[in-house]
Design a protein. Structure first.
Lengths: 269, 297
């Protein structure tokens, strides 16, 4: 009886997996077929690259890829610097007002940048950063989540190492750079993976603060390309979608284990 | 505190504040100041070229509460939350229990569950367009096989919101599964052995031991899912644009629309304030109540 149940469960798990992956698999298949073959579901119809050709010519994808790449890099560098400094202060220094400021920082976990789009937009314009990579990236740089993560990582560094470096004559920033940062490397990696995948996929905020091809990231480009007004057919949209998710998806499939580990590491603490 | 660094008190204070300064400046510019400014501007009327904005107190809120669209949007978002939070948590739990047990093709199953998480919401929406397009879409084709007539899933007020909800669940269940998987791996093996010796069935073991031990994880995921039910609206831009007739419009989309399509900044500000209050309530509830009740150890 229990063996029978186990088989049913296995079948259920696999069925759910097939359902879950099917939109992606189907879009992949459709991207390589003509629209009429795709919508009529002709499984043995010939494969074609035509959709990719049309999609590729329909928008400056290379530029969008580059923009997304720059944006993700800018955000990540900013986050690394700011969260390292703040995380270190919260983890290892004692000064009046620290606890209060820490609570303020944690509050940012709930004051989502997404909800403050109107005032953030006004702020970015005021700073003259409208339609720049810095403007898109800045609201995310002082990430409360990142500060919290770094604080946890730095707290677990043995104090003996700190004192040894101190005796060697290292300054405070020197100790941070030579002792703490190298030891927190796994946390940096995990945070980088989460940050990159978040900002590679971000849409609403870039939609608001970018206005030209020179800054628009992939997601915004894809949404403009696929808009009904632009009149492209569904196979071409599939091709464009596949193109834009391919880099992250391939990286994910190769580094699956590390990726999942990274999400775990950042989520649990 | 012995581990604190051998700097004197004054130096520590100076260093501490200096290190916090860059993050503090950005947090002030893009979180605290905007939050306060939003509240402030929600108290003023909409300025025009001829007349400057003037203080109107709670008038914007009254106008908002008298606007039927606002209530439609609130209702939609409540339905959206009430559906996506429990269903995606339930599916995530099932996924994790399966992906953690000895089933065939486990690698494939895990990958399949998690993959939607790495896709942008915009891309996910594009994939799902295929399923929802009337006549041509897969759903209609499958329905057609069984003799159902064509349904315009995204164009009908009674189905549009649900079409959007399904995409959200598809996108986030695999993400939540990861947290459950991690928690499952911390459950000690001897508990299972003890349950086996006692002759407890697998179902009893899951229900009486595993699920209670997963409670803290469930709460963590629940808060995340609630935040997501405010945040995840990108697919609306592709699938429905909030329509038809506001039937699938969610609050954040409504804020975006008022601010950047209708240029009604005071209304957008008032709505934002309400969302912030709700989010802070969720935060407070999590910090002060639920957290305590679920930590056994």
């Amino acid at each position: 009886m229990s063996r029978f149940l186990r088989h049913i469960e296995g079948a259920g798990a696999i069925l759910l997996a097939i359902i879950w992956i099917s939109p992606l698999v189907f879009a992949f298949w459709a991207a390589f077929h003509t629209t009429s073959d795709a919508v009529n579901f002709r499984i043995f119809a010939p494969w074609t690259m035509e959709n990719f050709r049309t999609a590729w010519e329909g928008a400056p994808w290379l530029r969008y890829f580059l923009n997304t790449f720059i944006l993700v890099t800018v955000v990540l560098i900013g986050q690394f610097i700011l969260t390292t400094l703040a995380g270190f202060a919260f983890a290892q220094l004692r000064f009046p007002g620290k606890d209060f400021v820490f609570i303020l920082v944690l509050m940012q976990l709930f004051i989502l940048p997404e909800v403050l789009i109107v005032e953030n937009y006004a702020m970015v314009s005021r700073l003259g950063l409208f339609d720049t990579f810095l403007g898109v990236g800045m609201p995310y740089m002082a990430s409360a989540f990142g500060i919290f993560l770094m604080r946890q990582a730095f707290k677990s560094v043995p104090v003996e190492l700190h004192e040894a470096a101190k005796i060697e004559g290292c300054s405070l920033l020197g100790i941070l750079w030579r002792v703490y940062v190298p030891l927190a490397r796994p946390t940096y990696l995990a945070y980088a993976l989460v940050s990159v995948s978040t900002h590679w996929n971000n849409f609403l905020w870039p939609l608001i603060v970018t206005n030209t091809t020179a800054t628009r990231p992939l997601t915004v480009g894809l949404s403009i390309f696929g808009a009904p007004e632009s009149g492209v057919n569904i196979s071409v949209i599939s091709a464009a979608t596949m193109m834009s998710v391919a880099p992250l998806l391939i990286v994910f499939l190769i580094f699956q284990r590390q990726f999942v580990q990274a999400f775990l590491r950042t989520g649990i603490k | 505190m012995a581990r604190s660094i051998n700097l004197d008190k004054k130096q520590q204070t100076i260093y501490g504040w200096l290190l916090l300064l860059p993050a503090g400046v950005l947090l002030s510019l893009f979180a605290f100041y905007p939050a306060v400014a939003t509240f402030w501007s929600s108290l003023f009327s909409r300025g025009t070229r001829r007349r400057a904005a003037e203080f109107v107190g709670t008038e914007n809120y009254t106008a908002l509460f008298n606007d039927p669209t606002f209530w439609v949007v609130v209702k939609n978002n409540l339905i959206y939350a009430a559906a996506t939070v429990p269903i995606s948590i339930g599916i995530a739990l099932a996924m994790a229990l399966w992906a953690n047990s000895k089933i065939p093709a486990r690698g494939f199953v895990r990958t399949a569950y998690f993959t939607p998480t790495v896709l942008p919401m915009i891309a996910a929406a594009n994939l799902w367009l295929f399923f929802y397009t009337p006549d041509l879409g897969l759903l209609d084709q499958i329905g057609g096989l069984f003799g159902f007539s064509s349904v315009n899933w995204l164009g009908r007020p009674d189905t549009a919101l649900w079409a959007v909800i399904i995409v959200t669940i598809w996108k986030e269940a695999g993400f939540f599964m990861i947290f459950y998987l991690a928690a499952l791996q911390t459950i000690p093996e001897d508990l299972r052995e003890a349950a086996n010796i006692e002759g407890a069935s697998r179902w009893t073991f899951t229900r009486r031991i595993v699920l209670p031990l997963l409670m803290p994880t469930t709460l963590f995921i629940m808060v995340n899912a609630m935040i997501n039910s405010v945040k995840l609206i990108d697919h609306l831009f592709i699938l429905t644009k909030g329509g038809p007739n506001d039937a699938s419009k969610l609050i954040l989309y409504y804020i975006w629309e008022m601010a950047f399509a209708f240029f009604d900044a005071p209304a957008a500000a008032a709505t934002t304030v309400i969302v912030l209050v709700v989010l802070c309530t969720v935060a407070a509830v999590q910090f002060f109540m639920l957290d305590r009740r679920t930590h056994y150890q």
